[in-house]
Design a protein around this ligand. Structure first.
Ligand SMILES: O=C(O)[C@H](O)COP(=O)(O)O
Length: 303
């Protein structure tokens, strides 16, 4: 099957966020990109452009992000680098996506659909905690079980708690307001659409909330509009979930997969039935090294 016969998903985890750089569990905390994260996003765009040019295929015709700033900033940098004007739309389970796409198409902009279903897993009460501290408190086995096992799930967050991150033990304040009650401000559309938002998630639960959007959203839109490719900016867990669903990775094997920040992964699907054909990173060496660093976060070798 040649490249022209496949639908391509350019999938990447957002660039480094301020909480990533401080080794703090982030989840649904709305951290911004660091300067390094913005550079990673720009480099991703160059890799995507190089790949499209050398294979004589058009640039992505649609984008998808989560509802969190770090993916939206990454997408903005990528599309700016690709010189693609775009328009963002928050969608919920009630959205008539084709109507939205028609409206955006009239302005000749590239549509970017933003959905909570691409959000990072909700890291429950671990959000805001430094990784080395969680490792010390829970021990290596439990720490890795919760981070990477398909059914690993952190303790629930107390939605009434107001956790303002003051000084962490490195003496630098992230200054992030971890107030969960803020979710009513940020996720008002979803709450109006009666979408059940989590207070802690396992990877299995991320797969469950993401699968309907992948099938009835991304793939159905691709088929109806005969699209060549799309670009998806997600998070460690939502990218792992997309991989698991699209490639049919087992509950056991998914434990060993880590996703680096800001390196595009190409997944090719057959145009007929959108069955998995192949996957590869556009910078495989860097992806391997950085994925290992993600896995080692919290341990001495990667404090
Ligand atoms: O949400 C976060 O803190 C990270 O993006 C995911 O962290 P992990 O790689 O430890 O799951």
């Amino acid at each position: 099957m040649t490249i022209g016969d496949t639908f391509k998903l350019f999938i990447l985890r957002h660039g480094q966020s301020e909480l990533n750089s401080e080794n703090i569990f982030c989840g649904w905390i709305d951290a911004k990109l660091t300067e390094k994260g913005k550079l990673q996003a720009r480099h991703s765009a160059k890799l995507i452009k190089q790949y499209c040019d050398s294979n004589n295929i058009p640039l992505p015709q649609i984008g998808y992000t989560s509802r969190l700033a770090r993916t939206q900033q990454t997408m903005d940098v990528i599309l700016e680098e690709l010189r693609l004007g775009h328009e963002n739309h928050v969608i919920t389970i009630n959205t008539d996506i084709n109507e939205e796409l028609h409206k955006i198409g009239l302005e000749g902009q590239l549509p970017v659909l933003q959905t909570w279903r691409l959000n990072e897993r909700h890291y429950g009460s671990w959000q805001g905690q430094r990784k080395p501290n969680a490792l010390k408190e829970y021990g290596k086995e439990k720490y890795m079980y919760i981070r990477r096992d398909y059914n690993g799930k952190p303790p629930k967050v107390d939605l009434n708690l107001e956790m303002i991150q003051e000084e962490n033990d490195q003496g630098s304040s992230t200054g992030y307001d971890f107030k969960e009650p803020n979710r009513h401000l940020k996720y008002g559309l979803e709450e109006k659409a009666n979408e059940r938002l989590p207070e802690s998630e396992s990877l299995c639960e991320v797969v469950t909330r993401l699968k309907p959007f992948l099938n009835a959203g991304i793939l159905s839109i691709a088929k109806q509009n005969n699209q060549e490719s799309c670009v998806i900016v997600g998070h460690g867990s939502s990218v792992r979930s997309l991989l698991k669903i699209l490639e049919g990775i087992s509950d056991e094997e998914i434990k060993d997969i880590d996703i680096p920040n800001g390196i595009p992964l190409v997944i090719e699907l057959g145009r007929e039935n959108y069955q998995f054909v192949r996957k590869f990173y556009l910078d495989p060496e860097s992806a391997k090294v950085n994925a290992q660093m993600v896995r080692d976060e919290g341990f001495e070798k990667n404090p």
